[in-house]
Design a protein around this ligand. Structure first.
Ligand code: ATP
Ligand code: MG
Ligand code: MG
Ligand code: MG
Length: 563
């Protein structure tokens, strides 16, 4: 017996007009159809129909996570500061983090993601290689004080995320756990009915598959990705901003080797440079293990050296006064904001022709990390000249002209390696009795964002239009008339419910058929079954919400068709 939800008893108020602040289709429609209600900027309440869709998405995610052996847990959202101090993220997160104090004045945060806490739990619970591999996941409320919360639940400051974490003793194990997640994500998004692409989220030099995003193409998306029509190359432009031709006639600049003490620190670097952290640098590249992690370009730009500390600790630092880069930097035009250098990385990628450089952006919010999305992480005006990949730029793999599209990031999978295990000294006893450092992956799905992404992709001019798996009901029965129609509508609803079909039945008295039809289109249940003109004969009209195809059926036929 599936649920029969009577609209006469449902708390729902549909709106004819778009909310004034709404820019995206999903925002407008989810509000107008009564799925969500704004409580504060980027903070949303899920109303009865919305909660059903959210739960349906969560159920699909759960089933596929369980299928790869994931174990569901629930960690707190209110977290102590200390583990985030240990990882450096208390500071690194900057304004993105919601920080709170308890009555004694101790610092806490509202979890934006949970690598630290999961690492601690596994350290506590697992002691032998026999306890691994382990995949743990949760579906939980996350908090990020986004600079520009907008687009409704697409970018909330409070939102639902499925986050999972894999723990392995070997690199091969991590690759396997990553592959399991990748396949599970493919199944999840296919079941949800989302059109998506898997794209590289980091430049190829980091290993290509070390991080990938699942992007749902949609005009409302805040990510841009390049897609090669000729080969399977696809990447977020956050990861690949530009493929540059070699600069002709540019000689490699003098390389100055830093006296490398065993563990170079940021102080060592600053001392070598004769500057203090946050000093102004010019034309200087900072390379870590051969990879340039920061660069000063012509003109006075501040380099916040303090942010490089994390990169520097275990690595060999090499300083290059970069005449050679200067030429290229000119080519790259401005990726530097007036407040200072937004770090770029200059990476020789094995898949790119020798001498070709990729330039990747950096995210102001995470400072040291990837990711710049202009207009989201920055006001576009912050930029002197924004670096963009243009439609038709050559694919770095095969040279074909790239396509450029907007998309919504719905999932992100990441081979973390031993970063957090190092921080928390997460070891297990290996087969040979010696401790083995654990290697980790982390994997996210925006559960609430997926609802909005689905709305974006499936809606039409009439309203929402859900795939059945996530729809708030399988069929929307509409009593279009008086007592006779209502009686038939309730009768067929009951029979459908008994046959396991989830029913929403519009049995509201005193609401005109016209209003009910408009509401049913707006609400977007995939099948609409109308008790109208021929109700006396027991004949109903079944309408496919997407195609608009109609067909007349008796009650028995309708039940047979919809089960
Ligand atoms: P974005 O680039 O959109 O800011 P992110 O890369 O910061 O997302 P991750 O840290 O990779 O996000 O988090 C995992 C998933 O959580 C994302 O792929 C996305 O689907 C979802 N997500 C992230 N931020 C938000 C948000 N503010 N509102 C809703 N969902 C979000
Ligand atoms: Mg983000
Ligand atoms: Mg992102
Ligand atoms: Mg991401």
């Amino acid at each position: 017996m599936a649920q029969v939800q009577r609209m006469s008893r449902l708390m729902i108020k549909t709106l004819r007009d778009d909310p004034a602040d709404a820019e995206t289709l999903s925002h407008k429609l989810l509000v107008r159809a009564g799925y969500v209600r704004r409580t504060s900027a980027g903070i949303w309440s899920w109303l009865p129909l919305g909660k059903k869709v959210l739960e349906n998405v969560a159920r699909v995610v759960r089933e596929e996570m369980d299928a790869i052996g994931g174990q569901e847990v629930l960690l707190p959202a209110l977290l102590p500061r200390e583990p985030y101090d240990a990882s450096g993220r208390w500071d690194e997160y900057g304004d993105l983090l919601f920080r709170v104090k308890d009555r004694k004045g101790a610092d806490y945060l509202l979890g934006p993601t949970h690598e630290e806490i999961f690492t601690q739990i596994v350290k506590d619970q697992c002691s032998s290689y026999k306890d691994l591999p382990v995949i743990l996941y949760q579906i939980q409320t996350k908090y990020r004080d986004e600079a520009r919360p907008r687009s409704g639940v697409l970018r909330g400051r409070e939102f639902q995320m499925k986050d999972s974490y894999s723990f392995d003793t070997t690199d091969e194990g991590l690759v396997e756990s990553y592959a399991l997640h990748r396949e599970a994500y493919q199944k999840i998004f296919a079941r949800l009915g989302l059109d998506y692409r898997i794209v590289s989220a980091v430049s190829g030099a980091m290993g290509g598959s070390a991080s990938e995003e699942f992007l749902a193409p949609a005009a409302a998306g805040e990510d841009t990705f390049v897609d090669c029509p000729a080969c399977d190359y696809a990447a977020n432009t956050e990861a690949v901003t530009f493929a540059l031709a070699p600069v002709e006639g540019v000689e490699h600049g003098p390389v100055e080797e830093l006296d490398t003490p065993d563990t170079p620190t940021i102080e060592t670097l600053a001392e070598h440079l004769g500057v203090t952290a946050s000093a102004t640098l010019k034309n200087l590249l900072v390379k870590v293990d051969g990879e340039i992690v920061a660069v000063g370009v012509p003109g006075d730009r501040e380099v916040d050296l303090g942010k490089l500390g994390e990169h520097l600790a275990p690595a060999v630092v090499e300083l290059v006064t970069a005449e050679d880069f200067v030429g290229r930097a000119d080519l790259v035009r401005g990726y530097v904001g007036p407040q200072g250098l937004d770090k770029v990385r200059y990476i020789a990628d094995p898949r790119v022709a020798p001498g070709t450089a990729w330039i990747t952006g950096a995210n102001k919010a995470d400072k040291h990390a990837r990711n710049v999305v202009c207009g989201r992480d920055f006001e576009v005006d912050d930029y002197l000249d924004v670096v963009v990949v243009e439609e038709g730029d050559p694919c770095p793999v095969c040279g074909t002209g790239l396509k450029l599209d907007r998309a919504i990031e719905i999932g992100h999978i990441f081979q973390l390696g031993r970063k957090y295990a190092d921080t928390f000294q997460l070891d297990v006893l290996g087969q040979n009795g010696k401790p083995v450092r654990v290697t980790m992956g982390s994997y996210g799905i925006g559960v609430s964002r997926a609802v909005a992404a689905l709305a974006e992709q499936s809606a039409d001019s009439q309203g929402l239009c859900w795939p059945r798996e996530v729809a708030p009901a399988d069929v929307h029965v509409v009593a279009a008339g008086k007592a006779l129609q209502t009686e038939l509508a309730l009768d067929v609803s009951e029979k459908l419910g008994a046959a396991g079909v989830r029913v929403l039945v519009d049995d509201r008295a005193g609401v005109s058929p016209g209003v009910k039809f408009t509401d049913s289109e707006l609400i977007g249940v995939p099948q609409i079954l109308v008790a109208g003109r021929r109700s006396a004969e027991g004949v109903l009209e079944l309408k496919d919400r997407r195609t608009g195809e109609r067909e007349e059926l008796t009650v028995a036929e309708a039940v047979a068709r919809l089960t």
